[in-house]
Design a protein around this ligand. Structure first.
Ligand SMILES: C[S@@+](CC[C@H](N)C(=O)[O-])C[C@H]1O[C@@H](n2cnc3c(N)ncnc32)[C@H](O)[C@@H]1O
Length: 337
C-alpha cells in the first residue's frame, strides 16, 4: 500500500516554491479558487503563478491522497499490473503522475496533457529536480484534440478532470480516453452525488464498449445504489503547516471524499466485495454495508462468531473483502442488480 501523503521529493519541491510567497496572498487566492470550484466552475480562474501554487497547496495533497487510495484499490485487485506508459489527462500540477510513479515502479514514459499554462509551468518546476520524473512530456491544449495526436498508453488517469468538461462533450472525451487506453483507465472525481453520477455514466458507457471494472465494483452490472445514496469513499491525509495556513485551518488532517472507477480491457476473475460505508460496531454485532457480486448487502456479523467478528472489526470503508471473510454471518440482501 502506497502512503497517501505527498512523496518527500514533491514536498521538497513545493517547499522550495513557497519561498518568497506571501501566505496571505496564497490563502486569499486559494479561497477564491475553492469558491469557484464549489459553485461548479473549473480551473479557469487559475491564471498566475501564485494561483497555481495556491491551488497546489490547498488541493494537491487531497487529490493526491484520493488518487493513491484508488491506485491502492486497483493494485490490490491486479497486483501484476505493471504499466510502462502513463497518460495523465487534465494533469494540472502533475498530481496523478506523482501518484502513479509511486504506485508503479514499472512506469517509464509519462505524458501529461492540460489546457492551463500556469499549472503546466508549476508542474514542470515541481518535476525539474525529480530523479524519476525530470523527463516527463507535458503538452498544453484541449485534452480531446491532444489525445487524438498522442500515442496510446498502458495506463490513463483523469483525476478531478471530467467534471470540467461540459455534459455534451464528456461522452466524446470518454470515448477518446478509452480509444487511447491499451490496458487500464482510472477516473477519479470528487465524492459528491454529481461526481458519482459522472463516474457512473462513464462506467456504463465503457462497459457497453467492452470494458471491465477492476475497482471499486465487484461486477460489471448496473450500480445497485439508488438515490439519494451514492458510491463514494474517504481518505484521510495529514496537513502540513503551509497547507493549514493556505486553508486557514487548525486541524492537522482532513478527509477527502472521492469517487472513482478503474476499467480494463481483459475480463477479470471473481472480484471481492467492497465495503461501502464505515462499519457499525455494536455490542452484539458488526453491521457492514457491502457491494457484492449479487448486489447490495448489509452483512451482520454477530459477536458470538468470534473469528468472523475479529475479521470484520478490521474492515474499513473502501476495503475489498471476500464474501467468505465472514462466512458464518447473516447476509441480508437489500437490493440487487
Ligand atoms: C481540478 S484540476 C485537477 C488537476 C489534477 N488532475 C489533480 O488531480 O490535482 C482539473 C484540470 O483539468 C484541466 N482541464 C479541464 N478541462 C480540460 C480540457 N478540456 N483539456 C485539457 N485540460 C483540461 C484543467 O486545466 C485543470 O488543470
Amino acid at each position: 500500500m502506497v502512503s497517501p501523503d505527498l512523496p518527500a521529493e514533491l514536498k521538497a519541491a513545493l517547499n522550495a516554491k513557497l519561498e518568497g510567497l506571501s501566505r496571505s496572498d496564497a490563502a486569499s487566492r486559494a479561497a477564491v479558487i475553492s469558491k469557484v470550484y464549489r459553485e461548479g466552475g473549473g480551473s479557469g480562474t487559475i491564471k498566475s503563478e501564485t494561483d497555481a501554487l495556491a491551488y497546489a497547496l490547498a488541493r494537491m495533497p487531497a487529490t493526491y491522497a484520493a488518487v493513491i487510495a484508488s491506485l491502492n484499490a486497483l493494485v490490490e485487485i491486479r497486483p501484476n499490473f505493471a504499466p510502462n506508459s502513463l497518460l495523465d489527462i487534465g494533469a494540472g500540477p502533475g498530481t496523478a503522475t506523482w501518484a502513479a510513479a509511486e504506485a508503479f515502479p514499472s512506469l517509464q514514459h509519462f505524458t501529461l496533457l492540460d489546457a492551463n499554462d500556469a499549472l503546466q509551468t508549476l508542474a514542470q518546476a515541481l518535476f525539474r529536480d525529480s530523479t524519476r520524473l525530470g523527463g516527463v512530456v507535458y503538452q498544453l491544449g484541449q485534452a480531446r484534440a491532444l489525445l487524438a495526436e498522442t500515442e496510446a498508453a498502458d495506463f490513463i488517469v483523469a483525476s478531478y478532470m471530467i467534471g470540467e468538461i461540459g455534459d455534451a462533450d464528456r461522452a466524446a472525451l470518454t470515448e477518446t480516453l478509452w480509444a487511447r487506453t491499451t490496458d487500464t483507465l482510472l477516473v477519479v472525481e470528487p465524492g459528491t452525488p454529481a461526481g458519482y453520477a459522472r463516474i457512473i455514466a462513464l462506467r456504463a458507457q465503457l462497459i457497453a464498449a467492452g470494458a471491465h471494472v477492476v475497482a471499486p465494483c465487484p461486477h460489471d452490472g448496473a450500480c445497485p445504489l439508488a438515490a439519494p445514496d451514492w458510491c463514494h469513499f474517504s481518505q484521510r491525509l495529514q496537513r502540513s503547516r503551509a497547507h493549514k495556513q493556505v486553508k486557514g485551518a487548525e486541524v492537522p488532517f482532513e478527509d477527502e471524499r472521492f469517487a472513482y472507477v478503474a476499467l480494463t480491457r481483459a475480463p477479470l476473475p471473481q472480484r471481492p466485495s467492497r465495503v461501502l460505508a464505515q462499519t457499525l460496531v455494536g455490542k452484539a454485532e458488526i453491521s457492514a454495508k457491502l457491494c457484492t457480486r449479487e448486489g447490495l448487502a448489509v452483512k451482520k456479523i454477530p459477536r458470538r462468531a468470534k473469528a468472523d467478528y475479529a475479521l470484520a472489526r478490521r474492515w474499513r470503508w473502501g476495503d475489498a473483502v471476500q464474501a467468505s471473510d465472514a462466512g458464518h454471518s447473516e447476509s441480508k440482501e437489500i437490493n440487487s442488480h
